[in-house]
Ligand binder design. Sequence first.
Ligand SMILES: Nc1ncnc2c1ncn2[C@@H]1O[C@H](COP(=O)(O)OP(=O)(O)OP(=O)(O)O)[C@@H](O)[C@H]1O
Ligand SMILES: [Mg+2]
Length: 537
Amino acid sequence: MLINIAEMMTGVGSAIAGIMVAYAMFQNYFPYELRKPLKRYSHKIMNLFYPYIQITFHEYQGDRFERSKAFAAIERYLNANSSKQAKHLQANVVQDSQAIVLTMADNEEVIDEFQGIKIWWDSKHVVPDRQSISFYPRADSSRYFTLTVHKNYRDKITNFYLKHVLDEGKAITVKERQRKLYTNNKSDSWHGYKQTKWSHVMFEHPASFDTIAMEPNKKEEIIKDLIKFSQAKDYYAKIGKAWKRGYLLYGPPGTGKSTMIAAMANLLKYDIYDLELTTVKDNTELKRLFIDTSNKSIIVIEDIDCSLDLTGQREKKKEKTEDEKKEEKDKDPVKAEMKKMEESNKNSQVTLSGLLNFIDGLWSACGGERIIVFTTNYVEKLDPALIRRGRMDKHIDLSYCCFEAFKVLAKNYLDLESHKLFARIENLLEETKMTPADVAENLMPKSAEEDGEACLVRLIKALEEAKVKAEEEAKAKSEEEAKVKAEEQEKLKVEKEKEANGKEDIEINGVVKENGEDSKHSGSNTNVVKENGDVSH
Ligand SMILES: Nc1ncnc2c1ncn2[C@@H]1O[C@H](COP(=O)(O)OP(=O)(O)OP(=O)(O)O)[C@@H](O)[C@H]1O
Ligand SMILES: [Mg+2]
């Protein structure tokens, strides 16, 4: 048996040696010009018997400056689907992602399956052995993926599978992407070598819809609305509308408007552009800022009522004279300086119509998937044109804490789903107004010894105090109102009496005044009794 194997090995060895000798002779003696057509024919013959097709995706194409988006998407897709199969993986920190991403190492193969079709993916890295210094370093080494599939499935693969891979890959990229919070720079820093309209920091807000305290139905509705929007690319294209949606969040301070914006961004994995309108000089700058925003973003204008005088008619305040200004400065130099700074900040020329134009206007044409959010504490102050549907499509009223909202906070802050004190809190929340921010602050344990019950007791105390305060304020307000009303009535009474007296006097003097006609119509030498009792001639 052993002898047989040894004989066989010798046979294989001499066959290989024979092939190598033949190949060397072919390389040396076969005319170069004839080699090419021979290769072509051998390929053709191979293709007759080889039942597979191959598609190649290179990392850099064309100008070789920009990495191919398809390659990047395929890479992400394969990483997600292949890390269990491939034996060699490379660990990378990809740009815009803080997590370590595992990628298929070079010359690895993974097998994917799509609708029962088997697909082979190879990753190749070619580094030419010529020694040269290239101006384009990437041109020398190239990475590519090769897809191999049976030729019977060609249409299915090109029409459906590749789209599926690209979409999945893009979705994974978005999910893994480190999101950013942008703020607009003053236009002075827009020019020069490092021109930036927006500065950014990494966005790492922990807010989510799970932690937002509000009625569950309302919360559910907002989540559904957001998700529907984010998936409605084709729908917006069908109805011929730019793919954007406006939200108006309104409510008293501390009711979770800013928190909700963070939760929206976390839900949809969007960036946030926090636009400070007071630093924008005019409508042109506003437009340029918007054009510079990217897709998948939420553009936020907080406290829109304070940012600008958005009634469209700027109040022209009386300008102070130089003397008056000097006098003010002498009195309180710090205050005067602060006022000056404030005035220069308010120097914005952005108008209501500029803002409306931007919301409706041409910028909508450049890309989509943008959400615009305005927040305000005083919705009634806003111009109706600004908040009409189509501009601000969804109005969300974030109001004082209700019992349902309290339950969310109790679960988040104290891990309590029910407690005997809940009933008392429910009653108190119906009777008095407290913002979720205040409720949350009371629920937060202030020391390691404080347990859930102690926090609930503190909240009850705070609610009771708020109730007493509100009752006192209401009483004082109604007393004030009653006082004002009584004074008005008194004034009216006095006026009526005076009117009656005046009439008598006039009749005594024989003067008749009709519909405000001047007394001279009734006679030039008449004496008229004035209100203060003087007699004029
Ligand atoms: N509905 C809520 N659910 C959970 N936490 C909330 C809620 N509302 C407020 N908070 C808490 O209160 C704090 C302040 O809330 P937030 O800044 O969102 O209020 P706001 O409505 O934006 O106030 P302002 O009008 O002053 O800007 C947040 O840090 C958050 O922890
Ligand atoms: Mg806020």
